[in-house]
Design a protein around this ligand. Structure first.
Ligand SMILES: Cc1cc2nc3c(=O)[nH]c(=O)nc-3n(C[C@H](O)[C@H](O)[C@H](O)COP(=O)(O)OP(=O)(O)OC[C@H]3O[C@@H](n4cnc5c(N)ncnc54)[C@H](O)[C@@H]3O)c2cc1C
Length: 479
């Protein structure tokens, strides 16, 4: 497995075409793109630490070697539970994305679908997939996951769009591979990954074959451009001479980008679906199943642990920790977070082999969807109480730099202290600001799919007929 140092070294030799804030930047030089690299390096480091080995690593049935769990295909309920555990752990340690998460879930969805296509259609996608997976595992490569297309006018199908490029599609099939055009949006950490694993954003229908495409693409392949998100946090990081004054100093925000595919060539050995529309819906459904448990649920439980910890700490710094309403609010935060944790554990423990006979395991849909939905609403609630207990200071605080200013330092020390000195209160308030007045609300809402998608899935998956029958039987109503 790669060490964190080896990962950092491997990033030096990449040269992705990245734009940020209207200018081209270098991955290993820009203060914002560096947060992605640092977060990824920390994930490699966690895998090296003996106390996290069970969660962060697994033994590959393909290579017989210990590998990163980010590249492992779940083969049991225990694997699913540990995968969810990894999502929580990395969130606790980073306070931002484990940028290898979406890649892990696209790989898990592809394992089963390629197996199924080969069984039904006599293709060789699974063998290609396994060959590539072994290469990823042997080299311990970081993979991001390219799922979300720009989608253009949401009322129109891909083929009806004015510009077909709003969905990634195949423009040419050659003897040696395919050429793809389009874009994937909101791509977490793609800039700092070795590869991106691309799958269709939704199920395609007959006539939409060119959009039913899945493949692996290396970072910086000719024709790829990464246009990074730009937020007030990016500007603040660019301005701040010392990162310790930022809310999440080392790892920053969840950094995403638009990944543009301008006629990118993909050799056949890296193509895992090309035109099989019938299987594209199942592919995205399996991805959603695993991603809602991991990113939708378990990851945000790790974030919630950080917010709850910061809020309790701030209550103590302010001297209000024993007030009954504070205890009640902290308890409410814990209830929401632990309910979400319970749903992710249930999704893993109720997981099953899918497709039957493949040996691959997927989490339970209903619990996975409920985990994401509980988090989507619950995260706003948790942030509400953190904002309440943190006080107005979380959004009105002066810069910590004032402490070093001879003209204002003493005033700030004097008026910002409470049951703890101004220094720690300011530092923690900035941390709370990072969550409550930042990008995480909308990010958590849409990450792993907008909640309406989970509600539709939950309604469709639930056996309402059997529930109706239970009610009719007990009420004494005959058919
Ligand atoms: C922080 C963050 C990280 C992310 N990381 C990744 C990543 O690494 N890889 C990746 O592939 N994706 C990633 N995503 C993308 C994420 O999966 C999408 O944001 C999500 O699926 C919603 O899609 P959208 O953003 O295009 O929203 P939209 O589709 O614009 O949704 C906006 C609203 O419109 C509604 N809507 C959409 N379509 C329809 C329709 N046809 N009919 C009726 N209502 C509709 C939605 O329910 C929602 O209410 C990330 C997103 C975030 C916020």
């Amino acid at each position: 497995m790669k060490t964190a140092a080896e990962y950092l070294e491997s990033m030096q030799s990449l040269n992705p075409r990245i734009f940020l804030g209207g200018r081209q930047v270098k991955l290993m030089e820009d203060p914002t793109t560096l947060t992605v690299v640092r977060a990824n390096a920390r994930v490699y480091e966690l895998a090296e630490e003996p106390q996290y080995q069970e969660v962060m690593t697994a033994v590959s049935p393909y290579t017989g070697e210990r590998i990163s769990r980010c590249l492992h295909i779940a083969r049991s309920r225990d694997d699913l539970e540990k995968r969810a555990g990894m999502a929580t752990l990395t969130s606790q340690m980073l306070g931002t994305c484990n940028y290898r998460c979406v890649g892990a879930d696209t790989l898990n969805a592809l394992a089963g679908i390629t197996w199924e296509m080969d069984r039904d259609l006599g293709t060789d996608y699974h063998q290609r997939f396994v060959n590539h997976l072994k290469y990823l595992q042997e080299n311990d490569l970081a993979c991001s996951g390219g799922v979300t297309d720009p989608k253009g006018d949401r009322t129109k199908r891909p083929g009806q769009q004015e510009d077909p490029d709003v969905y990634v599609h195949v423009t040419e099939q050659r003897s040696d591979g395919i050429v793809v055009r389009g874009a994937k949006v909101s791509q977490s950490g793609a800039i700092g990954s070795h590869e991106t694993i691309v799958i269709p954003t939704m199920g395609m229908r007959p006539g939409e074959e060119k959009f039913a495409v899945a493949f692996a693409v290396p970072n910086g392949a000719p024709g790829l451009t990464y246009i990074s998100q730009y937020t007030p946090f990016t500007a603040e990081r660019e301005l701040m001479p010392d990162t310790k004054y930022l809310g999440n100093p080392l790892y920053g925000q969840r950094e995403t980008c638009i990944m543009v595919f301008d006629n990118v060539f993909i050799p056949w050995e890296h193509v895992f679906m090309c035109g099989e529309v019938k299987y594209s819906g199942r592919l995205i459904a399996r991805f959603a199943k695993t991603h809602r448990m991991n990113c939708g649920g378990a990851c945000k439980v790790g974030f919630a642990d950080l917010i709850i910890g910061a809020t309790q700490q701030m209550a103590e710094y302010s001297g209000v920790q024993k007030a009954p309403h504070i205890v009640e609010k902290i308890t409410d935060m814990i209830r929401i977070s632990e309910t979400s944790r319970a749903c992710t554990v249930a999704a893993a423990l109720k997981g099953r082999e899918e497709p039957a006979g493949s040996g691959f395991f997927m989490p339970d849909d209903i619990f996975g969807n409920v985990a994401k939905l509980t988090v989507a609403d619950g995260f706003w609630e948790i942030m509400k109480w953190a904002g309440d207990i943190g006080g107005g200071m979380a959004v009105t605080m002066p810069s910590e730099l004032e402490l070093e200013n001879p003209e204002t330092g003493e005033y700030v020390r004097k008026f910002m202290r409470a049951a703890a000195p101004a220094e720690v209160r300011l530092r923690l308030a900035k941390f709370i600001q990072n969550w409550c007045a930042g990008l995480h609300g909308a990010g958590t809402w849409h990450g792993a799919g907008s909640p309406q998608a989970q509600k539709m899935a939950l309604y469709a998956l639930t056996d309402l007929e059997s529930k109706k029958k239970l009610a009719r039987d007990l009420a004494g109503i005959k058919e």
